[in-house]
Ligand binder design. Sequence first.
Ligand code: PRX
Length: 637
Amino acid sequence: MENLQIKTFAQYKKAYKKSVKDPETFWEEIANTFTWHKKWDRTLEWDFRKPEVKWFEGGKLNITENCLDRHLEKLGNKTAIIWEPNDPDEESRYISYRQLFVKVSHFANVLKNNGIKKGDKVCIYMPMIPELAIAMLACARIGAVHSIVFAGFSSAAIARRINDSECKMLITANEVYRGSKKVNLKEICDKALEDTPSVESVIVYRRTVEPTPMKEGRDRFWFDELQKVDKDCPAEVMDAEDMLFILYTSGSTGKPKGMVHTTGGYMVGTTYTFQNVFQLEKNDVYWCTADIGWITGHSYIIYGPLAAGATTVMFEGIPSYPDYGRFWEICEKLKVTHFYTAPTAIRSLAKQPLKFVEKHDLSSLKVLGSVGEPINEEAWHWYNDNIGKGNCPVVDTWWQTETGAIMISPLAGITPTRPTFATLPLPGVQPALMDDNGEEITNLNEKAEGRLAIKFPWPSIARTIYGDHQRYKEVYFSTYENKYFTGDGSYRDATGNYRITGRVDDIVIVSGHNLGTATIENAIDEHEGVVESAVVGYPHDVKGNALYAFVILYDQTEPSDQLRKEIRDLVSSTVGPIAKPEKIQFVKSLPKTRSGKIMRRILRKIASNDTSNLGDTSTLLNPEVVDDIIGGAVITK
Ligand code: PRX
């Protein structure tokens, strides 16, 4: 790929132009730099109206051969993964490409020995330990489809995801360390498994020495299983369009969407963007602080970096343990060159005294990255000044679970940056800014604001929502004719730089976590004292957004702080602790349109304490409730 690496802004412009004029040739050249068993028959087939997208169909490959086998000759002894434990006194683990290759092949045989075959779905619910990476790559090695569920989700959320894709196996760990706490994952899984008929076996990695109750005939320990199989596992030959993984993301309805990513295009897209956005050099140490349970971890801790032959850091812990200097201590210790994190982490660390940063030598850093939500100006400058010391380009990368790979971002050291702007589309990405009438705003030389769509397919786009192609069509391809709709609002300056302004649908990003308000409302409504609820986001200076729940109670239910606690606990156990509403207001009714829809726009304004101009309320069926709600609002500022 080296000759395709962009090194100057002029090369970027040239590559971009070519990618628009002749996308197929552009991506073919990149795809040709990977290892294929057989070349593809057709480069691209697409129709956003159906919708259908296929890249490199007929091409045969295995992504793990591209992440592991092909590096063995030249990079076999290079460190693939550096693992940094939660406890700074526990030893870091360095895993070379050769060792990772052996571990993945060995564990792949465990999967086979437990009846997992090509096409079977495997749920992985694990902490940030190397075995999580090994488990996911082992699935890919034998053509099984991994569905990783973030290990902060509740039993009910795991069960819902397992059942949606009928996973045959669950891989987990007995416990997880998270700062000064220990969480029993196996217990959470056991509860989930009470209601998941498709799961035949459970593999448990022992992260701690605590006794772990095991269910006879179903549960097996990771190490015991390894003893039963050999270490050699040839890779399953996959079609480029075979499913690689399912990853659930929140939607505007209560049901999570299982985004389906396939093999060839995803590999090409993540690797190309990884190399060009971050501009890694041979001996660099790259650290993305995301959890592998999210798309950022899939694409930019595992697949992209490993396919590119990079050294990637995995961190088990949290930024505040044992103190707020932990990230910077790790940067110093591992001589991290590329550091990629989320604005919410930056904002919470920026609130701490600077001594936590100053006591560490950060001179190894070359590039800083941001992802997951808009980065505000203050956080951008704090990051640039105090972490990058003004010497490290900040790449603000905009993308989504659905896009698989970075879409709009500066290329480090190449694209001129502008605070809070994700700047320019990467080669192969054709954004369209849409106005209120659904027309594209085509003049790139005038600033404009609208909604962001994409008008041409890129290789790593999700192909469908698992089991619900109709929903895929409705959510992404029905808003604008023949275009993919992102759900984000965006501003474009007069030089074509994009700033993402936030979601325009019923998804709220809290601390970088994408949450569907409908899912939370469903959870609240399950409380026996609750008639109905509406959840909206409001600006929060650390979390980006926080949640505000308006709740209608039955007449006989007494509003109280105890009830607020019960509601929060209910949300925590059905969705996960991250989804707990910060504020809960009990109301008599909710503002509704004549067709019965809750007018969330008004609730958002009330939650943000911005009630001077509520806009047009004439279509409300019950305008009088607005003043009542304002009168009783839990003031947020
Ligand atoms: O609203 C955008 C926001 O995160 C959403 C996607 O969330 P998710 O699928 O969880 O993936 C997050 C990691 C890629 C987007 O629709 N978002 C992501 N990156 C940025 C962003 N908003 C502003 N600036 C970004 N750099």
